[in-house]
Ligand binder design. Sequence first.
Ligand code: CA
Length: 222
Amino acid sequence: MKILVVEDERKEGQFVAQALSEQTYTTKWVGSVAAARDALAESPYDVIVLDLGLPDGDGLALLKEWRESGFNESVLILSARDAVSDRIQGLNIGADDYLPKPFSVDELVARVRSLIRRQSGGARLTGWEREGVSLDLQARQVTVEGVPVELTNREFALLELFMQNAGRVMTRTLIAEKVWEASYDMETNLIDVYVRRLRQKLESGDGKARFKTVRGSGYQLL
Ligand code: CA
């Protein structure tokens, strides 16, 4: 899951990005309207946390522009403007949620999680189970045949992507976009290294093959 944080206060932006990264979301922080436009043009995001007062423009205008050009990412507005009329305006323009500042970071994380759940068809998504592997989104835990497996944040995000798309071939480009911060020409080798590690960690438990390498393309969770 990828999250874009648009916030010009450096401290606050970094704090929010950090809190979301700790939840194993892949997070990018930008501090202006221009940088937000660039980030979104470069790579897709699942959720955008949007401040309204930005140095080179207004968050609401940016949101309006996104919605008019067909971007349908979930947007959570984070703003010191907390009058009811501001909230209504934000929601009318197409925000999915509105959190007034000052906010509790736990509440922010909970709301982001709820937006992600809504995207997954509205069901109360708590995780995935497949072939003895279980991934629990709330506990941020993975088990193989009931035995906990230690994963780094990046490995967790990678497995989450595979579980979400089980049986589908995930190309390296898609993996780079979804698990790393941008669709830059990253060393695709890096993805191979991560998949290999994930494979080892998940397969060592019971020796079952869980990933199929699709030559020249990517990987598939069996
Ligand atoms: Ca601001």
